[in-house]
Design a protein around this ligand. Structure first.
Ligand code: CP
Ligand code: NVA
Length: 309
């Protein structure tokens, strides 16, 4: 079903395709833990274009390709001619002659879209200013592990900046039939068009997507509480101002008292303790948060195997 396609946004996946990715991710995770060979991409090469920094994404994609029997090339824009102004559409057509898939982390989502339009091999979005689909698919796998396979009806509360994670959570929760509520300051809501599309997707699955400004209202009875940095990559200059604006949106014990007693807290990392999350809450939920980090590997292996296999 997914063979040969791009993965730029969860919105483009059907609800069944989301489940297919999660099921294969769980299977590949079990195989890797049991030491069972799973060379689904033997002899294949993934190119990884990074125009922004990364710890998890780079290491998990690169290791994932190796574990699938293929290899990955780290292509920083400091080294590529892309960084010196070679058009993205030429880069796409050249790389398509050598590689079996391209992963890109960049700023404008339109750059990833242009790459996909001109490449005739699958392109995977590994974070743009608009979306971070690999992380949210990973988070759905992690929720399955901690809350049971049936995601339908689970309540996720997102507290903080309406950013690329929030946008992707809206798409992901809509496809998974979940109840999603984001609490952000008024001027920091997630993308309006993504919100509209996610609310439309939600109608097909019985999900709901709600935006509020009150963190207590969002967290009330939540099964999953999630946050992300208040200043994403590229917003460093706004960091001090954002710390002031987002102060009431910290995930701390006072806020969590309003969530379900068995609620889990998640964070895609990197985390800024004392800002979006307290040290105590982070460390208490570290087992979940580092499962989430580990699951990048398994989820992306599934994505690559389905798209590039
Ligand atoms: N969560 C995430 O994408 O981490 P990196 O920026 O380290 O890749
Ligand atoms: N919202 C963050 C996510 C980092 C993985 C950013 O874009 O920097």
């Amino acid at each position: 079903m997914l063979k040969g396609k791009d993965l730029l946004s969860i919105h483009e996946l059907s609800a069944d395709e989301v489940q297919e990715i999660l099921a294969l991710a769980a299977e590949l995770k079990a195989k890797q833990k049991a030491g069972i060979e799973h060379h689904l991409l033997k002899g294949k090469t993934l190119g990884m274009i990074f125009e922004k920094s990364s710890t998890r994404t780079r290491v998990s994609f690169e290791t994932g390709m190796y574990q699938l029997g293929g290899q990955a090339l780290f292509l920083s824009n400091r080294d590529l001619q892309l960084g010196r102004g070679e058009p993205i559409k030429d880069t796409a057509r050249v790389l398509s002659r050598y590689l079996d898939g391209i992963m890109i982390r960049t700023y404008g989502h339109d750059r990833a879209e242009e790459l996909a339009r001109y490449a005739d091999i699958p392109v995977i979005n590994a974070l743009t200013d608009l979306l971070h689909p690999c992380q949210v698919l990973t988070d759905l796998l992690t929720i399955r592990e901690h809350k049971g396979k049936n995601l339908q009806g689970l309540k996720m509360a997102y507290v903080g900046d309406g950013n690329n994670m929030t946008n992707s959570f809206m798409y992901g929760c809509a496809k998974a039939g979940m109840e999603f509520v984001a609490a952000t300051p008024e001027g920091y809501r997630p993308d309006a068009e993504v919100t509209r599309q996610a609310q439309e997707d939600a109608r097909a699955t019985g999900a709901s997507i709600t935006l509020v400004t009150d963190p207590l209202e969002a967290v009330k009875g939540a099964d999953i509480v999630v946050t992300d940095t208040w200043a994403s990559m590229g917003q460093e200059a706004e960091h001090e101002e954002r710390k002031r604006i987002f102060a009431p949106y910290q995930v701390n014990d006072k806020l969590l008292a309003h969530a379900d007693k068995r609620a889990i807290v998640m964070h895609c990392l990197p985390a800024y303790r004392g800002e979006e999350i307290t040290e105590e809450v982070f460390e208490r939920f570290a087992p979940v948060i580092f499962d989430e980090a580990e699951n990048r590997l398994h989820t992306q292996k599934a994505i690559m195997a389905l798209l590039m296999g």
